[in-house]
Design a protein around this ligand. Structure first.
Ligand SMILES: [Ca+2]
Length: 246
């Protein structure tokens, strides 16, 4: 059951074209990743798909919970195995040099609900798992949580200030546009306008970030994405090694 001797087929020209179109990777990169994929998917059981164990071994992820989180982001159809399409779409996000792709990847990793919001506790859990992957680094739990929660609050309040400024402008426009003589109907309109704004204000929580706010957090904490750097040259040389080329 050796890794390199798998009998899986080669990618067809059609598949190659499909995958390069979907990912912005080159033919060569797709082929290199396929070599990796075949190797990993055959490392425990040569069944053409990557299971949880094969996945975490191949990434040297020692933290079980963290590997599961990463695995789940890759496993798009949630059938507990990663097929080549899922493998390449997941990795394409990480190989792409644009911060946006990696940020989205991490957001998906952290966000557990469908409301597209992450809490300071979820960011903390992620950062803690991340730090545990690097034995040389130690930050006390409370200190780490304090730092994250502080930054989240700051971003929320910055956004709130910005929003309030926008609302103030909208309000002024609204009042200007309303008929000059305040009849009963206009008064009603005005009151409901104000009450809608109040409701919106109450929804904002101090410890939660939307995706665009989370992008702000990542900008301020580039370490959040550091582990996601995948070197294109390493992929090429690694694939050649597996194929026995020099
Ligand atoms: Ca799957």
């Amino acid at each position: 059951m050796g890794g390199g001797n798998t009998k899986q087929k080669k990618l067809t020209q059609y598949e190659l074209t499909e995958f390069t179109n979907q990912t912005n990777l080159t033919y060569q990169q797709v082929e290199n990743l396929y070599t990796f994929y075949k190797n990993i998917s055959a490392s425990q059981k040569d069944d053409g798909v990557i299971d949880m164990q094969e996945f975490s071994n191949s990434l040297y992820l020692t933290n079980q919970e963290f590997s599961e989180q990463v695995f789940n982001v890759f496993d798009l159809n949630k059938d507990k195995v990663i097929n080549f399409r899922e493998f390449i779409l997941g990795l394409a996000n990480l190989i792409n040099e644009k911060v946006e792709y990696k940020t989205r990847f991490v957001f998906n990793l952290i966000c557990k609900s469908k409301n597209n919001i992450v809490s300071d506790t979820q960011i903390y859990d992620y950062m803690k798992n991340l730090i545990n992957q690097f034995p040389g680094i130690y930050i006390e739990d409370q200190v780490l949580f304090g730092m994250i929660s502080e930054q989240v609050k700051k971003i929320v309040s910055e956004y709130k200030a910005e929003e309030e400024e926008q609302k103030k402008q909208q309000n002024e426009e609204f009042i200007q546009n309303i008929d000059e003589i305040p009849n009963e109907l206009n008064l009603k309109k005005y009151k409901s306008h104000i009450s809608i704004q109040k409701d919106e204000d109450e929804v904002i929580k101090q410890n939660e970030l939307t995706y665009s706010q989370f992008k702000q957090f990542v900008l301020q904490n580039p370490n959040t994405l550091k582990w996601l750097q995948i070197d294109k040259n390493n992929i090429a040389s690694g694939a050649n090694k597996l194929l026995g080329k020099k």
